[in-house]
Design a protein around this ligand. Structure first.
Ligand code: FES
Ligand SMILES: [Fe+2]
Length: 466
């Protein structure tokens, strides 16, 4: 965000703080309690998330070629990798054999060996090794070499790499796609596994069975590797589509907010890990807690309210997304400071709600990310809380301080916001009242619920144009 825009937002926030006012929606908005409790709406919500681009992390979580991370999104385990060429790929983290999770955690690796029976995949998702080869005569093993490497070998030599007569020999020639090129990959691990031969120079492991990954994030299901999902890095964040056949267009999804989010750089800051909250609240109730600061003076009396204004918000919408500015108490001191000396981010927190289930919070030292997912029933959700920092974490005391800030923010959300709204969920499910209301002073809340309702009404679950 450029300085002129920041100063303009600060002016608006300062005026609201000075006037003890807040941006207002035109009218009060009512929502049905059933939106939080019905199975039908829950199923619609899950479908809406499935159909929407999903922000799953910071680009800094894949810092260089060979890095990987795993994410759980709507209960699905996803592996993200940065390939040797530097591109980001995403796969269902589900083994071809018996569906074990292949990878956990994050780190740096070019090969991933399933912990169950050691089927091994490269960071392009290709199956490159398979112990007990004779048990799976139809399985196609891709070349463990980089594309082009197989082509440098003479086809005959590659065929000779079939470890045992009778192994490759039993396979149909066209099924023998590529060889395990390196000892230690397939051949070194298990000679029997190195049975397939390179079929074509230059094939580089591109199997006839393998789906193609086209332009614009289009991907198809692989039958000889992990199922690839469309993936992208955009605005400093990692994105996936949960439908392998979907078209992932994050630029269209974010519109003008893309450049603004990118300008903060929070996606390139150092990641501080993930914390998970599995709570007995509807996922929308979780999002609601980030959509207004009307509750600060009561719910966060001893915490956030000691530094931030309550019931004082600058609101702007961007299609189905919105941005809130929460002024800090120090903003009133700017009355005595010339604008050219303002340091806007010292006086406010910037909160984004990205349709449909993402919340970002930007401060001078933190780029918080909340990924909020419906759970297995209407009254259950999972929030994955992440944080990034521009501070130099190589200094131990700085790193400890950054973690302490993350811990504090997480504990506040867990113990103050989410704990309180557990009681709302129980009341909503009791059937005591049919509706709840969002005030004119809660424009962010209204905008969330109107965006979701319009998307569902449109039927295709796409983000609506508001
Ligand atoms: S489930 Fe992965 S190797 Fe068996
Ligand atoms: Fe809160």
């Amino acid at each position: 965000m450029d300085r002129d825009q920041l100063v303009d937002l600060t002016r608006r926030a300062l005026k609201l703080a000075r006037d003890k006012a807040t941006d207002l929606a035109p009218r009060v908005h009512l929502v049905d309690a059933a939106d939080y409790t019905s199975v039908e709406r829950h199923d619609q919500d899950r479908a809406m998330l499935m159909a929407s681009p999903q922000l799953v992390g910071y680009v800094s979580e894949l810092p260089g070629p060979g890095s990987y991370c795993t994410k759980t999104v709507l209960g699905r385990s996803i592996l993200l990798t940065r390939t040797a060429e530097g591109s980001v790929k995403a796969f269902e983290n589900v083994c071809l054999h018996r569906q074990s999770r292949v990878v956990t955690g994050c780190g740096s690796a070019k090969r991933f060996t399933c912990p169950y029976h050691a089927w091994t995949y490269d960071n392009d998702g290709r199956l490159v090794a398979l112990p007990g080869r004779e048990g799976f005569p139809e399985a196609a093993i891709a070349s463990a070499a980089k594309p082009g490497a197989a082509g440098r070998r003479k086809p005959q030599a590659a065929i000779a790499s079939a470890a045992k007569p009778g192994a490759a020999g039993r396979r149909k020639p066209e099924a023998a796609i590529a060889s395990a090129a390196k000892p230690g990959a397939a051949g070194g691990r298990n000679p029997q596994a190195a049975t397939a031969s390179a079929a074509k120079p230059g094939a580089g492991g591109t199997s006839r069975l393998r789906g193609t990954v086209g332009r614009d994030g289009q991907a198809a299901i692989n039958s000889d590797g992990l199922t690839e999902l469309p993936a992208a890095e955009y605005a400093g964040f990692l994105w996936v589509a949960l439908d392998p056949g979907a078209h992932l267009d994050v630029a269209a999804h974010l519109g003008p907010l893309g450049d603004e989010l990118d300008s903060w750089g929070i996606g390139r800051w150092s990641p501080l890990g993930e914390k998970e909250l599995d709570c007995p609240i509807n996922w929308k109730l979780a999002v609601d807690t980030f959509s207004e600061n009307y509750h600060f003076a009561t719910v966060h009396r001893q915490t956030f309210a000691t530094i931030a204004r309550s019931n004082c918000t600058v609101f702007d919408s961007y299609g189905p997304h919105h941005r809130l500015i929460f002024p800090l108490n120090t903003i009133l001191e700017l009355d005595n400071v010339p604008e050219e000396r303002w340091d806007p981010l010292h006086n406010m927190v910037v909160i984004y709600a990205l349709f449909p289930n993402i919340v970002l919070s930007v401060t001078i030292a933190n780029g918080e990310l909340f990924r909020i997912y419906p759970g297995d029933r209407p009254g259950r959700s999972v929030t994955v809380h992440q944080n990034s920092t521009p501070l130099d974490l190589s200094d131990e005391s700085v790193a400890a301080g950054a973690q302490a800030v993350f811990d504090y923010a997480h504990a506040t959300v867990r113990d103050e916001d989410y704990r309180l709204v557990e009681g709302l969920q129980a009341n909503l499910e009791s059937g005591a009242r049919d509706q709840l209301m969002f005030g004119r002073n809660e424009p962010g809340l209204q905008h969330r619920h109107i965006s979701w309702a319009r998307a569902l009404a449109a039927g295709d679950h796409a983000a609506p144009r508001l």
